[in-house]
Write a protein that binds this ligand. Structure first.
Ligand SMILES: [Zn+2]
Length: 317
């Protein structure tokens, strides 16, 4: 019998990425639509529903052949598919699962975008075959998904796995975007690495390639490019990044004992070179029974969200 189908939807602040999958994990089609955030994002779900219906018509697929729709959203989502608030979509309280089921007549499962990205990497990417995994997404912020026994840790209100806001420096006086001080995100995100660079460059006069850029032009990429040129200051910045992230991973491993830690997001484009810096500090602080954990780079890039969303539905069947 032919495989059934499902949709994986990754809702972002500017675009919605959508994938049509066979339930064996084959991506049949993928496309994007614009996220219309006007009027508190009231058109977001109807726009997605239209796009899915159009795709089924275009491909001549009966609705009865579709197992459901998985949706990843950039906010904490509870087990009932309810969102309390979103920073980028304009939604306040929203019953995403119920509304989407009413719009489409299909079963809908909803998850947090970072958690579903982790699930995607476990299903079809770097964590294939694993059941216990941490995924860290190093982008503008630090996102995370912690998977135990094949399932992301969601928690009571859906805020489980928010590892970007682990406190990793009790002495910090600068504030994180969340309002706290000393969050992992302040040291390990792209903006965090640029911040570490600015601090270090103002602290002393040691020569560095990075002094050729204006302070505002320093990014995580310029730091890693300088590192690859053998720049000493860049090396110190990346050591500092690695120590905060590696130590934080060792703490999470003490709770979840993962087989792999997958590093993704824009910062991971620096390549394999970053893994060594994280792993070194991980090993320094890891409990002896957690030292087996392997560090790997994410493989799915922007497709992780649609893959993991599709997997949400398959897992519920
Ligand atoms: Zn924070």
């Amino acid at each position: 019998m032919a495989d059934k189908f499902c949709f994986g939807v990754d809702v972002g602040g500017t675009t919605v990425k959508i994938g049509l999958f066979q339930t064996d994990g084959t991506i049949v089609d993928k496309w994007e639509i614009k996220t219309n955030t006007a009027n508190h994002g009231s058109a977001v779900l109807p726009d997605i529903a239209h796009s899915l219906a159009d795709k089924l018509k275009e491909r001549n697929i009966e609705k009865s052949m579709v197992e459901g729709i998985g949706i990843g959203v950039p906010a904490p989502v509870n087990a009932d598919g309810i969102v309390q608030n979103t920073a980028n979509l304009g939604w306040g309280y929203k019953e995403v699962k119920r509304e989407m089921e009413e719009l489409t007549g299909l079963i809908v499962e909803v998850g947090n975008d970072a958690n579903v990205a982790a699930l995607g990497e476990m299903w079809l990417g770097a964590g294939k075959g694993q059941q216990d995994m941490i995924m860290v997404t190093l982008g503008t912020g630090v996102g995370g998904g912690v998977i135990v026994g094949g399932r992301p840790i969601v928690g009571s209100g859906g805020a489980g796995g928010e590892i970007g806001h682990l406190c990793v420096n009790y002495e910090e006086t600068d504030h994180c975007g969340c309002g706290k001080t000393g969050c992992l995100e302040q040291y390990a995100s792209a903006t965090g690495i640029a911040r570490l660079a600015r601090i270090r460059l103002t602290k002393n006069d040691d020569p560095s390639i990075l002094r050729g850029c204006e302070m505002g032009e320093i990014t995580a990429k310029t730091v890693f490019d300088a590192l690859k040129e053998g720049d000493k200051i860049a090396g110190e910045i990346v050591e500092e990044f690695g120590s905060y992230l590696g130590h934080a991973m060792a703490n999470i491993a003490a709770v979840t004992d993962p087989t792999v830690i997958v590093i993704g997001g824009g910062v991971s484009k620096a390549g394999e070179i970053i893994l060594g810096y994280i792993e070194k500090y991980y090993q320094e602080k890891a409990f002896f029974a957690n030292r087996h954990t392997k560090f790997i780079l994410a493989e799915l890039g922007n497709d992780a969200g649609i893959c993991g969303s599709a997997k949400l539905v398959i897992d519920e069947k």
